[in-house]
Design a protein around this ligand. Sequence first.
Ligand code: GLU
Length: 505
Amino acid sequence: MSQNVRVRFAPSPTGPLHIGGVRTALYNYLFAKKHNGTFILRIEDTDKNRYVEGAENYIINALNWCGIPFDEGPEKNENCGPYRQSERQSIYRDYALKLIETKKAYYAFDSTTELNNLRKEEEKKGETFVYNWRNRTSLNNSLSLTPDEVANKIANGEDYVIRFYSPSNETLELKDLVRGVITIQSANLDDKILFKSDGMPTYHLANVVDDHLMNITHVIRGEEWLPSLALHHLLYGAFDWDTPKFAHLPLILKPTGKGKLSKRDGDKLGFPVFPLEWIDPHTHNSSRGYREDGYFAESMINFLALLGWNSGSEQEIFTLSELVNSFDLERVHKSGARFDPEKIKWFNHHYMQKQSTQHLGVLFKNSQDELSEVSNQYIEAVVDLIKERATFVTDFWELSSFFFVNPDTYDAKALKKTLKEDTFDLMRSLLIVLNTADAGSKKAIEQSVKDWILSKNIGFGRIMMPLRLALVGALKGPDVFDIIYMIGLDKTIHRINKFITKSNT
Ligand code: GLU
């Protein structure tokens, strides 16, 4: 790519960042990095009514947690800043006025009541009211009023908006890097508001002006913005600016494949739809986040990368730098991507194995009160033995409590299956073997016990099953000799004794 690639992620701080937003940010990041370009964060906060406190911080924390930080954005390399639209407010009016000068936009004074009445009238006829070339010259605006009337209204402080003057009869050929060429008849467009009576630009004007001023080369955003593409395309033309390239990403669908995955689905469907936990500043209600639910950022990134894109190969596991190398917009899918909460668990299991034992040890220790006095070295050795069976750090205790505390009870079904007439006698004999075994290595212990079993000429299960029950309380867990070696012979003997007394009643 000869051009210096500049892309932006442009969320509105109206609440926590949905998982779909994280994917949009990720694809922008991957595309930028692949082309040695710049990834920009722009906060689109022109709609005061929808502004939610804490949302901007949340967005920044989420990008940082995911490991996809922006290069330019609020408080960071502000070359084209400021990057909050609320701080750019003074810029937009001039651009709206420029369009009025060139007759690409006009003032409109129609009140909300007038517009509502027009809407109702059309509804009665079974039609929808559209403000455009069909009716604009007969509505309350600078196309129907004289210049003096317009000037007077403005001088008298009457509320007005600035609307775009959509062409009545053009065939627009819009190029999208994901969807190819989309043809739109301008006759069907409405004259969208560009500038509002509260002195703020609408999304459309601010978005296009900022993309231009920030030298954005590629606009990569969700499919829900596709209907705005025609207007944005026309706005670039109206300003006589180069149009960036566009790529609209497919929707993320519910696990059933039907309907868009919404912010509310998290609570309903039992899995998080946000990267981080979110506490609503007003209601104080909390929504679950992937981070707090025990997912690793790598799992989230790998999972989201494949939610709407494929590399063209069978490969599923990608590091971030592999994603950067393989990513291209041509392989982004057109159709919606079904969200599969089981798949991200699968990734988490994989990335669990890639974490350093030290890191997992710390996470485990911090998550479990019983471990506060246990040495890190011991915890790490346990983690190494069990992590293969775990998807989350929160699975660790269930998988390993017997390394730290004696079992209190024995699984009833397992007892029934295990206990034979001579089980307790055999356990007593085993105690003698263990009393004299060399505790120095797992191998030495294993050798003594196995030699003894062989000498008795009985099946291994006759010993190993009750032994496991005595140590673990159930027929589960890693290799029995790993457990014995870790807890030591004294504790092993104690547990076997307890087993004999407790179950032999
Ligand atoms: N502010 C819009 C949003 O919240 C940005 C859309 C775009 O990327 O153009 O998603």
